[in-house]
Design a protein around this ligand. Structure first.
Ligand SMILES: *[C@@H]1O[C@H](CO)[C@@H](O)[C@H](O)[C@H]1NC(C)=O
Ligand SMILES: *[C@@H]1O[C@H](CO)[C@@H](O)[C@H](O)[C@H]1NC(C)=O
Ligand SMILES: *[C@@H]1O[C@H](CO)[C@@H](O)[C@H](O)[C@H]1NC(C)=O
Ligand SMILES: *[C@@H]1O[C@H](CO)[C@@H](O)[C@H](O)[C@H]1NC(C)=O
Ligand SMILES: *[C@@H]1O[C@H](CO)[C@@H](O)[C@H](O)[C@H]1NC(C)=O
Ligand SMILES: *[C@@H]1O[C@H](CO)[C@@H](O)[C@H](O)[C@H]1NC(C)=O
Ligand SMILES: *[C@@H]1O[C@H](CO)[C@@H](O)[C@H](O)[C@H]1NC(C)=O
Length: 751
């Protein structure tokens, strides 16, 4: 009885000691951490102690792991190379301010190192996951005797620096684990290469396998998708004392880390509460074009081309046979040698990952003009560009060797100038001008053809309706979409000649399938991933911009909706059904009609109510489309259990409450490009604003979609709520004379 009580008291005493133990976040000279004991950071995010890898083995490591969320994920390991064989390990703080890890035989198997003198040293596990050795309570990072953040394992946590201290020579690099069960150093490192203009590289042993491209003031030039976003921010610091990359959280409730995995993949992982697991938000090595120097010197890699590698303009494969056998590593040579003394020029490239900078030089104070003339004056200089493209561009970066590891992103971006013999520059400059002209002509021609074809088909139906020719019934399915629109309303707008059936049959080669313009309404089954959806959004935006601004006649489509977006086999969107489109003179911007024709769910308020239409009504339609594409839901008929808002109202409410993540279609998946999605939502909401003047034009919209600057805050959208469906039906049908059997003013209520 007595013995039992004593035992219970003893046990509870031990338990309470353990509790105290695990509640502290630091140890001093007289304390130690034995295997089984841990210390926890003040906020409970990280824990320091001993763990096994593989999990049930007797190999014991001292390390830091996530505690509150992502419990058990190891972020740092001390004795990576030398595991303990049993649970006899002890961590101590020495008088000299060193951390030492001892085994059962009291042998030091790992220790921290410091050249500074210690006074009252103690080790503390900070909330960031950083284990620091400090003097007394001196919490100035500058004065730390040692910190685990200076000796990363394979994980870069928010606030860690990846790179070098130039003064002390400290080089912080990630090195991969050998395998997921073996923390010892694997084959890969991710580090800052200080040669030339510094760049981050992944190395396998002594070979470069991946380069992120030089920092251009905004991002690494190999990561065009690296954009300001609401989750984390990043920076590249490069001054006389330090050069490093770092990232930090904007919203600390997000758990994210960079990891160099045992296969050498550099990944950003995000913890997802719902699934209780890490997801890959982005992988640095996207595809084969990210393999270092896949195409050899003076060649570019474009993942959408076949073959991927292409010599730069004015260059030919150095080893044509190998090149044709898809061994591109030999690279390319100049057609015409440079003439150093006089007469060389430059060809401009843009939207590329800048070549390897290990053989480069830079000057921060030069401008682009000075940069060009310096390159011309220096015989060995082969290319130049701005060093920093933020704030309009500044600084000078010069290359002196083969240009290697260039990736072509086929998009606008940083400009890059390659030195060429003058004769080549002339030849390419004029040929590209001609090419551009040819392009414009062929695009205009195909759009005109498309418009004509739609008009022809529309007119054909008109005629058919009038004459009720039985013959036409057979073609019914192909014309279904057009017939769904209200043909009797069209005459107001179309004073064009009518064509008879023979003409149409001839024009369409007997309605040949070859002349069919894409597939009908694939948006309905929205199973596409985000990149495809974004391509569609951009494609539609560019198409509309062309109609509104770049074509000779300003054309307002008036019935832009998912059904009228046809997708070809590679998901290029085509705007179709110009049945109720109106062409405007170049000085006209709006018109009105007393017959409102279109599709509810897409119509702008001013059009549905007052019959006023303008390019801004197309803008409105476009944005409804964008929000539908992002959310995977139709505006028309949208229902939410919690409220009576339509999709626009729902999107705006979520946006205002900072809950826009909830709007995104689940099937897009979590690995999508979040900033791009959010940008699309923001642009979408800007263009359904009630006031015409608040809505941006298509040209600024195209710009906003493609840029990464801050966007204005959208105001409340037009057609925000829909109250009771029946109420809405009766009140709004007063405004519009139009009523068809397929479309009716059922779901919208103007406010
Ligand atoms: C583990 O055991 C092996 C073999 O007995 C020995 O060589 C090694 O040094 C031990 N490791 C440690 C950390 O004590
Ligand atoms: C500690 O530093 C000394 C000299 O600065 C060096 O020789 C030694 O290898 C270092 N020890 C560890 C464990 O890093
Ligand atoms: C930290 O050190 C300073 C100066 O030695 C002292 O005044 C202060 O009380 C200490 N604070 C704590 C919490 O120990
Ligand atoms: C951070 O995110 C959480 C949920 O993810 C949200 O509740 C909170 O408001 C956000 N904080 C800030 C400052 O954005
Ligand atoms: C690491 O290198 C070794 C030796 O070169 C090789 O056997 C092993 O497969 C490599 N591991 C990985 C993950 O590439
Ligand atoms: C950079 O360019 C400026 C202006 O041409 C020049 O004065 C300076 O010496 C250059 N700096 C270096 C490091 O070359
Ligand atoms: C540049 O080309 C030479 C020979 O043409 C080759 O030996 C060298 O490795 C190349 N340098 C780079 C960085 O590709």
């Amino acid at each position: 009885m007595d013995a039992l009580t004593t035992l219970v008291i003893l046990l509870s005493y031990v338990v309470s000691i353990l509790r105290i133990c695990s509640a502290v976040d630091s140890i001093t000279v007289n304390q130690m951490i034995q295997d089984g004991e841990t210390i926890t950071s003040a906020g409970g995010s990280f824990e320091l102690g001993f763990f096994s890898r593989p999990a049930n083995s007797n190999k014991r490591y001292l390390g830091i792991w996530y505690k509150k969320v992502a419990t058990g994920t190891v972020a740092w390991v001390a004795n990576r190379e030398l595991p303990l064989n049993d649970t006899s390990g002890v961590l101590k703080v020495t008088d000299q301010g060193k951390l030492v890890l001892l085994n059962g035989a009291n042998t030091i198997i790992w220790s921290s190192n410091s050249s500074r003198s210690a006074q009252n040293p103690n080790a503390q596990l900070l909330e960031s996951g950083n284990l620091v050795m400090k003097n007394g309570n001196d919490s100035d990072p500058e004065n730390f005797l040692w910190q685990s953040f200076d000796h990363p394992s394979s994980t870069l946590l928010p606030g860690m620096k990846l790179g070098r201290n130039i003064i002390t020579g400290l080089d912080r690099r990630l090195s991969s684990w050998k395998s997921t069960d073996d923390p010892s150093r694997g084959n890969f490192t991710y580090r800052l290469d200080p040669n030339g203009f510094p760049q981050l590289i992944v190395m396998q042993g002594s070979d470069v396998t991946f380069r992120s491209g030089p920092w251009n003031g905004l991002r690494f030039s190999g990561f065009p998708e690296m954009r300001p976003n609401p989750v984390f921010k990043y920076d590249f610091v490069f001054n006389e004392k330090e050069m490093y990359f770092t990232f930090d959280l904007v919203n600390s409730s997000v758990i994210t880390r960079l990891e160099l995995n045992p296969n050498g993949d550099l990944q950003r992982l995000v913890w997802i509460d719902r699934t209780q697991g890490w997801t890959v938000y982005a992988t640095a090595q996207k595809d084969d074009c990210d393999i270092y120097a896949l195409c050899g010197g003076y060649a570019t890699c474009n993942i959408n081309d076949s073959p991927r590698c292409d010599c730069m303009k004015g260059f030919v494969p150095k080893f044509p046979d190998e090149w044709n056998r898809m061994d591109w590593s030999g690279g390319c040579d100049r057609n015409i040698a440079l003439n150093c003394q006089n007469g060389d020029g430059f060809l401009k490239y843009s939207g590329i990952k800048l070549p390897d900078t290990r053989n480069s030089e830079f000057n921060r104070s030069m401008n682009l003009k000075e940069c060009e003339s310096l390159c011309l004056r220096t015989c060995s200089c082969t290319a130049y560009s701005n060093l920093d493209i933020s704030r309009g561009g500044s600084g000078c970066l010069l290359w002196f060797d083969n240009l290697t590891d260039i990736r072509d992103f086929t998009e606008d971006g940083q400009e890059f100038y390659v030195r060429m013999a003058a004769s080549e520059v002339d030849a390419f400059a004029s040929s590209s001008k001609r090419k551009k002209q040819r392009w414009v002509i062929s695009i205009s021609a195909s759009i005109v053809a498309l418009i004509l074809l739609s008009l022809l088909l529309g007119l054909y139906i008109l005629k058919k309706k009038k004459k009720k020719k039985k013959k036409l019934k057979r073609k019914g399915t192909m014309l279904y979409n057009l017939e769904g629109s209200q043909t009797n309303e069209r005459q107001e707008d179309l004073d064009l000649p009518l064509f008879d059936l023979t003409t149409i049959c001839n024009a369409t080669n007997n309605f040949s399938i070859d002349n069919k313009l894409g597939q009908e309404d694939q948006m309905r089954s929205m199973t596409l991933d985000w990149p495809k959806r974004f391509v569609i959004i951009n494609g539609i935006a560019r198409g509309l911009l062309y109609l509104h601004q770049d074509s000779r006649l300003r054309i307002i489509h008036r019935d832009l909706k998912a059904n009228n977006i046809l997708l070809d086999s590679v998901m290029n969107p085509k705007i179709s059904d110009f049945g109720i489109a109106r062409s405007f003179g170049s000085d006209e911007t709006k018109a009105s009609t007393n017959r409102v024709v279109g599709t509810y769910g897409y119509m702008s308020p001013e059009y549905a109510i007052h019959g006023v239409y303008s390019i801004k009504s197309d803008v409105f339609n476009f944005s409804v489309l964008v929000l539908e594409i992002v959310s995977g839901k139709r505006n028309r008929g949208f229902r939410h259990p919690d409220h009576y808002l339509n999709l626009l109202g729902h999107a705006w409410t979520l946006y205002m409450e900072d809950r826009y993540l909830e709007l995104i279609d689940k099937s897009i998946g979590v690995t999508c490009n979040l900033p791009e999605v959010l940008r699309s939502i923001n642009v979408g909401l800007l263009c359904v604003q009630r006031s015409l003047d608040d809505r941006p034009s298509m040209s600024s919209m195209v710009q906003m979609l493609g840029s990464e600057g801050a966007l204005p805050q959208p105001k409340e959208p037009g057609f925000f709520t829909e109250t009771n469906i029946h109420e809405a039906n009766s009140s709004s049908s007063k405004h519009a004379p139009f009523s068809g059997n397929k479309s009716s003013l059922t779901f919208l209520e103007a406010r």
